[in-house]
Design a protein around this ligand. Structure first.
Ligand SMILES: Nc1ncnc2c1ncn2[C@@H]1O[C@H](COP(=O)(O)OP(=O)(O)OP(=O)(O)O)[C@@H](O)[C@H]1O
Ligand SMILES: [Mg+2]
Length: 273
């Protein structure tokens, strides 16, 4: 097994609740985990267990009614919870990139694809129009978009779902992040496209020593991409370990029931582990 030395992220004792009309919802109740440089950490757990909220806390993209009660999110030696919104927006989409649960809605339907990529580069990297265009074409090529020069001037509806998703990944990678957070980036895609997207993320990761947090319901995908797995249940991480440990030597009763409720593991067992 690979061993990692440099810690890039350290989440400690994170507690968070949402204020709602019917009272406070304790969404995160003491989350702790580490992420190392170049590592892929998968987060699994039932719907509502707090996976998305955890990643939104890291990127500080929480809704107004969210309140962080205590804890720290140490990213390369600084607590992200101490940063101002201005400092945080420099890190977000620059050092830390996100691909959200509903990735297709991440694209603006009435803006040409090329402009959507170059805009990020111009705002986040301060590139000139010509530099941004050259970089955008290079990115489109790197995610296997055929005929990028022609595609540059097309709108999202002219792209297939898989291609749009690759564009979203290209945008997420355009700023050369150190940490990529993927929150179920593939639920809307068919299996073949899913595996292409996974291969793409893995290739980029090897090339750039990227750290990845990958949220998914698909344990086959976990087996395929993750170095370690966190299992979330009711706002806590109840188990963390290597794929082998968590899948074959689960300690927590919740992990047993999660594994037995997920049929995809059986079919992946032979070839992935
Ligand atoms: N804006 C909000 N206001 C109130 N409660 C919220 C808000 N966002 C999330 N929650 C609550 O926080 C808890 C965790 O939600 P979260 O979205 O993190 O779940 P999840 O693990 O990502 O689930 P899924 O697998 O369905 O995406 C849930 O109980 C949810 O109802
Ligand atoms: Mg979610």
């Amino acid at each position: 097994m690979m061993t990692y030395t440099d810690k890039i992220l350290e989440v400690r004792d994170l507690h968070l609740h949402f204020k709602t009309y019917s009272g406070n919802v304790q969404a995160i109740r003491g989350v702790n985990f580490d992420l190392h440089k170049g590592e892929t950490l998968a987060i699994v757990g039932e719907s509502g267990s707090g996976k998305s909220v955890t990643t939104k806390a890291i990127t500080r993209l929480l809704t107004q009614n969210a309140m962080i009660l205590r804890g720290s999110i140490n990213y390369k030696g600084q607590d992200l919870l101490d940063l101002t919104e201005k400092q945080m927006s420099k890190i977000r989409g620059n050092e830390i990139s996100l691909i959200f649960q509903d990735p297709l809605s991440a694209l603006d339907p009435v803006m040409k694809i090329g402009k959507q990529i170059t805009e990020t580069l111009r705002i986040k990297k301060g590139m000139s129009r010509a530099q941004a265009k050259a970089k955008a074409l290079e990115l489109m090529r790197s995610v296997d978009i055929p005929e990028p020069e022609k595609r540059f001037n097309e709108y999202p509806f002219q792209f297939s779902g898989g291609m749009r998703q690759r564009i979203v990944i290209a945008i997420a990678l355009s700023c050369e992040p150190e940490l990529l957070i993927c929150d179920e980036p593939m639920t809307a895609l068919d299996v073949t496209i899913q595996s292409q997207i996974l291969d793409l993320i893995k290739a980029k990761q090897q090339e750039k020593d990227l750290s990845v947090i990958f949220i998914t319901h698909d344990l086959g995908v976990v087996a395929n991409v993750a170095d370690r797995v966190c299992v979330m249940y009711a706002g806590k991480i109840v188990e963390v370990g290597t794929v082998e440990d968590v899948f074959y030597r689960p300690k927590h009763p919740y992990t047993w029931s999660l594994l037995s409720s997920m049929p995809s593991l059986e079919s992946e067992k032979g070839d992935e582990l």
